[in-house]
Structures are given as structure tokens and as C-alpha cells.
Design a protein around this ligand. Structure first.
Ligand code: FES
Length: 133
């Protein structure tokens, strides 16, 4: 059975779940009590139809173990702010199935400027070593 490792960066909380191969990721998240939506989108979402983009996750490891994105998912990502800078890792959880072990970050924030969120509140985070002003 594939293992999904969920990680919430904000809370530094990790959870691992074993799931049946081929399960829809959104369904797996709901079944295991993992937040699918940000607070704003808990009521405002398309309920898994691939239209709203609010169920997005970042696949940090194991993209090869995810089903390939379909036409609807590719179309939804085109011109969407949520995909900017994360083209290689962003997926809609309602539109993908799990075929093997993966690690995901759920409810990711927008990160349009590419700033390292772990370090963004420190001066060093904005000005990496050697670039301090
Ligand atoms: S729930 Fe709306 S796109 Fe997945």
C-alpha cells in the first residue's frame, strides 16, 4: 500500500497515511483528517470537480507515483496564480490518484516571489549570505 506523507509547513506537523493504490488524493486527505482547503475555501470550493483550484497541493517527492494530469487539470493551471513558480510540483488533489509513495505539502500558500518561507521572517532569509545589505 502506498504511503502519503503530509506536511504542514506552518504547524511543522507531519502525518503519514497508508492508502490503497489508485485512491483519489482528495478523498485520501478527507478520510485521514488532513486539511484539503484553506479556511477561505472550506465552503467556497467546487467539491472535487477540478474547477476551483483550491484543493491544490505541492508534491515534494514521488511525482512519478502520481497519475498524470488530465486536460482539465492542465487547463485549470494555465494562467492561475497558484501555479506560478511551482509548475513542476503543483497538482490538484481532486484530479490525481496515488500510485506509490508520495510526500505532499497541503494547503500551500502563494509564493509569487520565490522567497524561502522557512526563513522569510529573518533578515538572512531575504538577503542570503553574501548578499546582506
Ligand atoms: S476541489 Fe475544486 S479543483 Fe479540486
Amino acid at each position: 500500500m502506498p504511503k502519503i506523507t503530509f506536511s504542514k509547513i506552518k504547524d511543522k506537523e507531519k502525518k503519514v497515511a497508508e492508502v490503497p493504490q489508485g485512491i483519489n488524493l482528495r478523498e485520501a486527505m478527507i478520510k485521514h483528517g488532513v486539511e484539503v482547503y484553506s479556511p477561505l475555501h472550506k465552503k467556497l470550493n467546487c467539491n472535487g470537480k477540478g474547477l476551483c483550484g483550491s484543493c491544490r497541493v505541492h508534491v515534494k517527492e514521488g511525482m512519478e507515483n502520481c497519475s498524470a494530469p488530465g486536460a482539465l487539470e492542465k487547463l485549470r493551471a494555465l494562467g492561475s496564480f497558484y501555479a506560478i513558480g511551482h509548475e513542476e510540483e503543483v497538482r490538484l488533489s481532486c484530479q490525481m490518484t496515488v500510485q506509490g509513495d508520495i510526500k505532499i505539502e497541503e494547503t500551500p500558500d502563494f509564493n509569487l516571489h520565490g522567497v524561502d518561507r522557512k526563513a522569510k521572517n529573518t533578515r538572512a532569509g531575504y538577503f542570503p549570505e553574501g548578499e546582506a545589505r
